[in-house]
Ligand binder design. Structure first.
Ligand code: FCB
Length: 446
């Protein structure tokens, strides 16, 4: 298929059309699970993360993504698990480095694979939600300077057009970019992710470029995906997934802790969400060059705000641990405070951006499944309360279906409803008790 390929004929209705706005209200609530390509597929050896993993000390325990869960081969069985929980939604990402292994060389076989995944979802009554960029970039794109160079954005947009045309008749729900703020700060400020840069000014540039990429990708999808796959009157329902984290002062009475927490909150949470909701890009933190940019394409680019929620951090201006879990709080296997009711507070805060909301991720690293059942119950109660209070929440995707490669934490963060044997990822997945809990909680709400 040609890059600007024309999709099959179908219903042509953009989300900005007032006649169809709000149509998603009539769609069923999306109960799903999420994954991302590099974390589960295995064998993604043409992207920046693969290269990063080879560096000694980059990943906890020297882990490498390697074969991961072999989800690339096992997707059909994995979707049977989703179906077995009676869920109606699955979020996954397409791997850009498979689809465009060299600049301008698009791989039809890889596209056919993702079409098959989307079709396998539909065959099971599951709505696919496709993420176009979930942290990884092709090696060639990294070599060109990746997201730091604004002039690189057209490469991504051409790729998005091709995917929109190629999958649009099966897919209505799209996530353009996942967590621009996390990628910006981990890759370019703390430097614990590729490309390992420690320069806050560069981090802000990257975040701004990713926000602009979201806007342009959204318009590209509206042009190339004109087919309403599920008959709800809308061909595209588009958002970005924003990582919302509570940043509270470690010592509430201390003006400097308070200041540090509020500065971080303003840039990490508020500024990003505001841009996604169509506002200006305005990113500013002490010690870094402020980035201000008006991107007209941001207006109307988001049909919903994707909210990824996990935890809260206590922030301090001084000390060697500027972000830590609340002292004495229960923590998950990665040391993150377990605070599911924080999801309610996150949704309350996100209402300010006046977009429908979908919880695109929420979960817990808990190999023993000690905390997860209660975490799920309390998270869903928080959603119930928010909705009863009038919040427009349209879906919840638990992170994750499977244990997977948890970025710099390697395989020590076990987020799966299903455990995976990484010695032999072809062995059957093993359901944790919380898989049944989630299914029962969803069934109760139908
Ligand atoms: C989010 C990422 C996701 C996963 C979870 C635990 O920040 O989007 O890929 O790693 O955290």
């Amino acid at each position: 298929m040609d890059v600007n390929g024309t999709p099959a004929a179908g219903v042509t209705q953009g989300a900005t059309d007032p006649a169809t706005r709000g149509a998603a209200h009539r769609s069923p609530f999306l109960w799903g699970v999420g994954t991302s390509a590099h974390q589960v597929e295995g064998g993604n050896d043409r992207n920046d993360w693969w290269d990063w993993e080879q560096r000694p000390g980059a990943i906890h325990g020297g882990d490498r993504s390697g074969a991961a869960c072999r989800h690339y081969e096992r997707y059909a069985e994995d979707l049977d698990l989703v179906r077995g929980l009676a869920l109606n939604a699955y979020r996954f990402s397409v791997e850009w480095s498979r689809l465009e292994p060299e600049p301008g060389r698009y791989d039809d076989a890889a596209l056919a694979h993702y079409r098959a995944v989307a079709e396998a979802c539909r065959a099971r009554g599951i709505a696919p939600m496709v993420t176009l960029h979930h942290f990884t970039i092709p090696r060639w794109f990294a070599a060109k300077g990746g997201w730091e160079r604004r002039e690189n954005l057209p490469h991504f947009i051409r790729f998005v057009r091709w995917v929109g045309a190629g999958l649009g008749d099966r897919v209505d729900h799209w996530i353009t970019v996942n967590e621009p703020e996390v990628l910006g700060f981990y890759g370019y400020a703390s430097g614990i992710w590729p490309p390992g840069v420690s320069d806050r000014s560069r981090a802000l540039v990257v975040i701004a470029n990713l926000l602009e990429a979201h806007a342009l990708a959204s318009h590209a999808l509206r042009e190339t995906d004109r087919v309403d796959a599920d008959g709800d009157g809308r061909a595209t329902i588009i958002g970005a997934a924003k990582h919302w984290v509570h940043l509270d002062p470690r010592r509430a009475w201390h003006p400097l802790d308070w200041l540090a927490a509020s500065v971080q909150h303003r840039v990490f949470n508020v500024a990003v969400a505001r841009a996604l909701a169509g506002g200006p890009i305005e990113l500013s933190i002490p010690g870094a060059r402020t980035v201000r940019r008006r991107v007209d394409a941001l207006a109307g680019s988001s049909d919903f705000l994707g909210v990824n929620f996990y935890t809260r951090w206590m922030v301090s201006l001084f000390g060697k641990d500027p972000r830590s879990a609340r002292r004495g709080a229960p923590v998950n296997d990665l040391g993150w405070e377990i605070q599911p009711e924080g999801l309610g507070r996150a949704l309350e805060a996100c209402r300010a951006f006046e977009l429908p909301m979908i919880v695109t991720e929420s979960g817990i690293a808990d190999a023993a499944d000690r905390w997860r059942p209660d975490f799920i119950r309390r998270s869903l109660e928080a959603i119930d309360r928010a909705r009863a209070d009038g919040a427009d929440v349209r879906g919840y995707y638990h992170w994750s279906l499977l244990d997977n490669f948890e970025w710099a934490d390697g395989y020590q963060g076990r987020f799966g409803l299903y455990a995976v044997d990484f010695e032999d990822p072809m062995l059957p997945r093993r359901a944790r008790p919380s898989a049944g809990v989630y299914a029962a909680e969803v069934a109760r709400r139908r």
